[in-house]
Design a protein around this ligand. Structure first.
Ligand code: ATP
Length: 252
């Protein structure tokens, strides 16, 4: 099983340390781990550091992977701005072949079809990226990330532009995929109900520091929401016995 552990990790923009001292418990493959925190907490910065796109102190300890970290870890950025010249299919094919030579094999085309189907975007295959809606572009970004069959996937707010049906579909699909493939999925989220429902564990960032990490239901509490998000909230059991967050007001 693939596992990831961050030890005293920091990330720099130029000389400035934006994220520092992040030491996590072991994060396991086969499940999703939420990374939460307010705007500018450092979620994207941490992901870029883990993916090797930013420099900084500390270490990323990856164990049980089939390949080295550079190949095993894939970052799906929050910004899904697109090169308008390519079709959806071409962009996914390009993502599949990135750094891997240009010969295209039948099984790769089959895999692209499978991913397009799973994300229910087969009908977009030959549309230009530039003419897609924000939500459609986000689904294409997910397809681009999945086509490389990563062992560790860092998804930066992957559902922020999706309608309710797509949010549920994508999160269910990712949860099942993580289980089936043993993939380790770190997912930055603003909807804490999604973290409670889909993510076994949650890591909380604030001002570039880790303030909590552990089972989602233990970490996401009214106290945490008051301190970190500055809202008064309740967590109540619904008629099915599942916890739901109800935001009452901004904290005084
Ligand atoms: N390229 C950059 N150069 C300098 N500072 C940056 C750069 N990108 C981000 N930052 C700063 O790093 C800090 C953390 O930003 P980051 O994007 O990691 O936050 P985030 O938790 O992902 O926020 P959000 O929820 O708003 O997406 C912010 O203060 C931001 O201004």
């Amino acid at each position: 099983m693939v596992t990831l552990k961050l030890h005293e990790l920091g990330a720099k923009y130029g000389a400035e340390l934006m994220v520092e001292g992040i030491s996590t418990p072991e994060i396991r493959g086969g499940e999703m781990t939420a990374v939460i925190g307010p705007n500018a907490a450092g979620k994207s910065t941490l992901f870029k550091r883990v993916a090797g796109l930013l420099k900084g102190p500390g270490t990323v300890v990856l164990e049980g992977a089939r390949s080295e970290a550079r190949e095993a870890i894939r970052y799906m950025p929050q910004d899904t701005s697109a090169n308008a010249v390519l079709t959806v299919y071409e962009s996914i094919l390009l993502a599949a072949k990135q750094g891997a030579g240009w010969r295209v094999h039948d099984h790769e085309l089959v895999e692209i079809d499978r991913i397009l189907q799973a994300l229910q975007i087969t009908d977009l295959a030959f549309r230009n990226l530039g003419e897609l809606s924000g939500g459609q572009r986000q689904l294409v970004s997910i397809a681009q990330a999945l086509v490389r069959d990563p062992q560790v996937l860092l998804m930066d707010e992957p559902t922020s532009a999706l309608d309710l049906y797509r949010q549920v579909e994508v999160l269910n699909f990712m949860q099942a995929l993580a289980r089936r493939k043993g993939m380790l999925v770190l997912i930055a989220l603003h909807d804490l109900n999604h973290a409670l429902r889909y993510c076994t564990n949650t890591i909380v960032l604030a001002s570039g520091r880790m303030v909590a990490a552990g089972p989602s239901a233990e970490v996401i509490t009214p106290d945490l929401m008051r301190e970190i998000y500055r809202v008064e909230a309740r967590i109540e059991s619904c008629s099915r016995g599942e916890p739901h967050i109800i935001i009452d007001r901004a904290a005084a």
